[in-house]
Ligand binder design. Structure first.
Ligand code: ADP
Length: 470
């Protein structure tokens, strides 16, 4: 059953239910009010009759009907204790000479009852009459009035209520159908566009909504468009990634194949070709290792050995190591250095430093300088690697932490066979897995600073990690 039909049915049933309860209440209230009115008339008449009744024991009962202003609709009977009709009003028809309410005669107390006599519906009040001063019932007065007015009013009311309820249910159903249509129309557009997107495999399409962007449908469409955008980005990233990996694999494989072909043609093992093959295999191994590490880091499954890390000692270690690489090309200096302890995986943090300092050495022209710094800033450690190289073009800056991203210059220069554009990506994820941040900005007048923020160790690394794991 469609949502439209379900909502229209729901409206109809709701409206029917409400009107049924309301109608029943009205029906009962009107019936009670009319019956009460009849009862009041009967009470007044009965009081009037009792006041004009004379009785003595022994002796006949005497009612002065002429003194009573008896309504023509009111019938009166007075029954003796032995079931004999002692008196009756003049308007009592012949066919009503039996008791108006035989049961009321037996009750021994005033009682209102509905009876049917002949074809007539009657409301009867039976009142036992006693001589004042004694409790002996000498006769029973029965006063009756035709109650068909109540019945006919009830019938009309029932008819009006049933017809009214049916009409209201039909109107509610139509209104429900119409309003649901109005609401669902934009959703149909969403469904149609989503189907077209799936059919055409075109994630660049977006749904356009004419209504207010802040209403519920507007919000749904915005969320849907947002998901489409994310999906598009993910697919593009995946496509790019495959292309990049393919590209990175092709170069070393071509070199290896070329060298093997050469050796085969020469029919001997050439030392130079063997070296080249070895280098390319090393490069491929590095690439596969980096990709594996990235995959683990991005899924949050990077195996980390948590320990207390003396970041200043690590920095000095890496500095020594990297000085060999910098050789005479540029100066590698230490600026400010605080004693800082963090909780982390020492080898991975070293890897971040090697990547950052390695890049600084790689991209800074000969004669430049690279300055390292380590400071405590509030509850965090700030590690900086600054160089006075060419800086990073503003267009590249937002992308440098993406996988395989390389600046234009680095791409053309990557013939050195080293960079895959994965170093910063790996650094980014290692720092993220340590609960820190990494950022890069250009320096004035020239150069780049990479800044790594890590949370300081508070008490004990093992305990902290154990608490986090719980
Ligand atoms: P790559 O293997 O190309 O060095 P990275 O991920 O380490 O890959 O760096 C991504 C890009 O960021 C580089 O290609 C380069 O354009 C830019 N970059 C990184 N560090 C520096 C730096 N110190 N100075 C200038 N550009 C840099």
């Amino acid at each position: 059953m469609s949502l439209r039909v379900r909502l229209a049915l729901l409206y109809t049933i709701l409206m029917g239910g409400i009107l049924l309860i309301f109608g029943t209440a009205v029906y009962i209230a009107v019936s009670l009010t009319l019956t009460n009115q009849l009862d009041k008339i009967l009470e007044i008449e009965a009081r009037d009759i009792v006041q004009n009744t004379k009785a003595s024991t022994p002796g006949p009962i005497q009612i002065d009907f002429s003194a009573i202003n008896l309504s023509p609709d009111v019938l009166v009977q007075v029954w003796g204790p032995n079931g004999e009709l002692l008196a009756y009003s003049y308007n009592l028809p012949d066919y009503l000479r039996n008791s108006l309410d035989p049961e009321g005669l037996q009750s021994g107390k005033p009682v209102f009852r509905n009876t049917i006599a002949g074809e007539e519906e009657l409301r009867v009040l039976s009142v036992p009459l006693v001589i004042s001063g004694s409790n002996r019932i000498i006769s029973t007065l029965q006063v009756a009035v035709l109650s068909e007015v109540v019945g006919s009013t009830q019938q009309v009311l029932l008819f009006v209520l049933i017809i009214g309820t049916l009409i209201a249910m039909v109107v509610a159903g139509i209104a429900g159908w119409y309003s649901t249509n109005q609401v669902l129309e934009p959703l149909e557009v969403v469904t149609e566009t989503a189907t077209q997107i799936t059919r055409a495999d075109d994630l660049s399409r977006r749904i356009i909504y004419q209504g207010s962007p802040d209403d519920e449908v507007g919000q749904l469409i915005r969320a849907f468009n947002h998901s489409l955008e994310r999906l598009e980005n993910l697919f593009n990233a995946q496509r790019r990634f495959l292309a990049d990996v393919g590209h990175e694999l092709r170069t070393p494989l071509t070199v290896i194949k070329g060298n093997i072909d050469l050796m085969r043609r020469m029919n001997c093992t050439d030392e130079e070709s063997m070296d080249s093959i070895n280098n390319e295999v090393d490069r491929l191994t590095r690439l596969v290792g980096d990709l594996l590490l990235l995959a683990q880091a991005e899924s949050g499954k990077m195996p980390l050995v948590w320990n207390t890390v003396e970041l200043d000692t690590v920095l000095l270690d890496v500095l020594q190591q990297m000085r060999v690489l910098a050789k005479d090309k540029l100066q590698l200096k230490i600026g400010e250095i605080d004693q800082v302890q963090v909780c982390g995986d020492q080898d991975r943090l070293k890897q971040v430093l090697v990547n950052l300092i390695g890049n600084a050495i790689k991209y800074t022209p000969a004669g430049g300088e690279v300055i390292l710094g380590l400071a405590k800033v509030e509850k965090r450690a700030r590690l900086t690697v600054s160089d006075n190289g060419p800086g990073i073009p503003p267009d590249d800056l937002p992308h440098i932490f993406e996988r395989f991203y390389r600046g234009e210059k680095s791409r053309t220069r990557s013939k050195d066979g080293k960079g895959f554009g994965l170093g910063l990506s790996i650094a980014y994820w290692i720092i993220r897995n340590h609960g820190g941040q990494i950022e890069a900005f250009n320096r004035e007048p020239t150069g780049t600073t990479f800044c790594v923020w890590l949370p300081l160790m508070e008490t004990n690394c093992k305990e902290e990690k154990a608490i986090q794991a719980v």
